[in-house]
Every structure is written in C-alpha cells, then in structure tokens.
Write a protein that binds this ligand. Sequence first.
Ligand SMILES: C[S@@+](CC[C@H](N)C(=O)[O-])C[C@H]1O[C@@H](n2cnc3c(N)ncnc32)[C@H](O)[C@@H]1O
Length: 255
Amino acid sequence: MHEDRCHRHVNLGAGFDTRAYRLSATAHLPVWEIDQQKNIVAKEKRLNEIFGKVSSHVRLVAIDFDHEDFRAALSSNGCSSTGRTFFVWEGASQYLTEEGVRKIFDSLARAAPGSCLAFTYVCKDFLDGRAHYRWDSGHKRFVATKVWRFGLVPDSVEGFLIAYGWDLIEDVGYDELARRYIAPSRRGLASTPVERIVYAEKRRQQPGYGIEQAPTALRTPCQTDQLISWCPVGQKHFCWRAQPTYSTTRDRPEA
Ligand SMILES: C[S@@+](CC[C@H](N)C(=O)[O-])C[C@H]1O[C@@H](n2cnc3c(N)ncnc32)[C@H](O)[C@@H]1O
C-alpha cells in the first residue's frame, strides 16, 4: 500500500476486514470503514468485545451504497474531501446494482489526484451465465439468486476507469495472485478465476467533466492517440489528449 503518499484509508464495504487493526505500515493513517448498518453495528460490538473500544484511528460509517453517496457519509463523519486517499473496495462491487456501482465511481471521480484504489470485480460472463468457470454451485448460490448483480468485462475495465478519471495500473486474476502471494507462503488456499482485482491511480489531470459541446467543426472522429470514454457528468462521451478537445453524444458503452 502507498501509505507514504496517502493521507487516509477508506475501506468501502469493509465487512469484517481486519487490516486497520493489524497492519503496522498503515497504523498511523486515519481509517474510515464503510458498510451496511447491520454490519457496522455487529463490527462495533465485536471490536468492543475484543479491544474494549473501537480504536481511535478508525471511524465506522453506516451506508447503503445503492442509495447513498459515500462522500457525503464520509464528510459527516469527519473525513475531509481534500488530500490523497487509499480506497479499498474488496469483495463487494458484485453485490450492488450498476447504478450503485456508478454512484460509487461518481464519488471516486472527485477523489484527489494521486489517490489510489484497489477493488475487485466479478467477471460479467459469470453473471450473464455464459461461463460458469467450473463453479456451478457458486453460480447457483450467488447468480441465480441475484445476490451478485454487477460484473465487468475485463477488456472494458480500463475504459470504465478512465471515464471516472482513474488510470488502470494492474488488473489481475486470482490465479496470478495465488502464484504471487499464496504459493510463497506455502498455504493451500483456493483461488477463483471468477473474480479479479484491480489497482488504479487517480489521474493527476482531471478529465473534461462538464465541458461544453464543442463547435461542430471540432467534432471529428477520434484519432488513435486520443482516448474516448464515458463522462459520468454531463453524460457524454468525450475525447482528450492533454486537454479535452471535444465532446460527442455517442451511445454509452457497456459496463
Ligand atoms: C463479501 S463481503 C466483503 C467484506 C470485506 N471487504 C472483505 O473483503 O473481507 C461484502 C461486503 O459488502 C457489503 N455490502 C454489500 N452491499 C452493500 C450496500 N448496498 N451498501 C453497503 N455495503 C454493502 C456487505 O455488507 C459486506 O460487508
């Protein structure tokens, strides 16, 4: 974790993640753990049982991502909106609607440049039923029951992130993670190709949120060295090199 460059750690859908209570490298950072009310209440109770209190460097914040803006929840819980943040969002995006996921990215789009994000997603073909990855029981348990609702196509992740002002640094499958981290520890943990993990960094230059429709003369087809992406604010595609050059009104791409 880039604890040296971030001022705080925000764990989205933290559940019973214990990073904040055991990693010495991040012990000096303030942490906000966000989850559903019932999990926040349960975690607070458990922390009180174990440590006698919730550690002073951690704030537990209740939210429903599908309906609430996490930035507003952070702000009313003492988290300033300035300064670089390390966001972790692990094992949780699949539980949301696409609207809920986009709501999170709308907020992430406003993160300070240089912020970091590690998040996991489930492959969309598993949710569509086009691939079961030899995990029929998982498909029956999570997809058929609609417990898991959101997924991404690995090839679309970079464009999806760019649209919100984040640069993809790495998108790796759990098999690769197992090779890197589980094998050296000689532990026998299983990994799955259904879920992948992304590391991204907030672009230092903001994309063209809110740019005006450019004069028709400027609305030429994208060149290959330009990026085209979905702009969540203003709901337009736009292209830019160093600066936004023009916007178009093409169809919104698939997630
Ligand atoms: C599988 S757990 C992952 C927990 C933790 N991040 C980890 O990796 O151990 C998924 C978490 O997402 C949270 N979650 C799911 N839907 C949510 C929603 N609509 N709003 C807030 N949290 C939600 C759940 O409460 C749960 O804690």
